[in-house]
Design a protein around this ligand. Structure first.
Ligand SMILES: [Zn+2]
Ligand SMILES: [Zn+2]
Length: 260
């Protein structure tokens, strides 16, 4: 009998100690990114490869700025009032090891990677909630609900794995917020954002999401979790439907921020 890696990982979570040690002996744990033998989900050298997003960046949407003095604390899109969310932050840049980490989680289904990735996102949330965090004139309000960016049911069936959901579960562990995976659904199949230009991405996601139970989001502060944010079109569309359903505030934390 051959077991898939995913089946082994699930089994490993439910085994007594002696059999887990046997499993570790037969299949020693490896770094989810570079595959070297390592007990933790990610090895120190890959973890150190994450490039954290440091100032200067747009105070609203977290878009990193080039390291020259900026005329405004907001980027062009935010100055034009493009976004419906109340704030967004990425933890790391979508490049190098940060990018490889997302690919390993998403396409190689290295679910254990969601633990260290979710941890840096949870730390970021804590910083955004602190008074006088030096990042914003006003700290974020504490979210009551955490919503991972959903996949269309067809894509979910095909892939069997929503990376945003794994990250959201890790972020939720350290907070009082409830994770809700079916309040926002992807109602229309869209093309992969990664294959499209910036302007096509905005059209591609328009009207793609729906709120299933508006009564649960009314008056609430909601945190949307995604693995990577590029133009912000997807999370913006989710923020739009949540606001239309009565949500009071919508924030976004993404593991990484990419550029088109
Ligand atoms: Zn590694
Ligand atoms: Zn911005």
């Amino acid at each position: 009998m051959r077991l898939s890696i995913k089946a082994l990982e699930i089994l490993a979570d439910h085994l007594p100690n002696w059999s887990r040690r046997l499993l570790d002996y037969l299949y020693p744990p490896r770094c989810g990114v570079c595959d070297t033998f390592w007990e933790q989900p990610i090895c120190p050298s890959c973890r150190e490869g994450w490039e954290f997003v440091e100032p200067p960046y747009c105070l609203w949407c977290g878009q990193p700025f080039p390291k020259v003095p900026q005329p405004s604390p907001l980027c062009g899109q935010c100055l034009r009032g493009r976004f419906r969310f109340d704030g967004a932050r990425p933890a790391v840049r979508y490049s190098g090891v940060g990018r490889q980490t997302i690919h390993s989680l998403k396409f190689r289904r290295k679910a254990r990677l969601a633990i260290p990735m979710g941890q840096v996102m949870a730390d970021l949330l804590v910083r955004m909630l602190q008074k006088d965090n030096g990042l914003l004139p006003e700290p974020w309000q504490t979210p009551e609900i955490i919503v991972p960016v959903p996949l269309h049911p067809k894509v979910y069936r095909l892939r069997g794995f929503n990376q945003a959901e794994h990250l959201a579960r890790e972020v939720a562990k350290g907070s009082c917020a409830a994770i809700e995976t079916d309040i926002v659904v992807q109602a229309r199949l869209t093309r992969s954002q990664a294959t499209l230009s910036a302007s096509e991405r905005w059209d591609n996601v328009r009207g793609a999401f729906a709120v299933t139970r508006p009564e649960l989001v009314k008056g609430k502060t909601i945190l949307v979790i995604d693995d990577v944010m590029t133009t912000g079109a997807t999370v913006n569309e989710i923020a739009r439907v949540l606001k239309e359903a009565g949500a009071q505030r919508v924030y976004v934390i993404a593991f990484a921020r990419g550029q088109v």
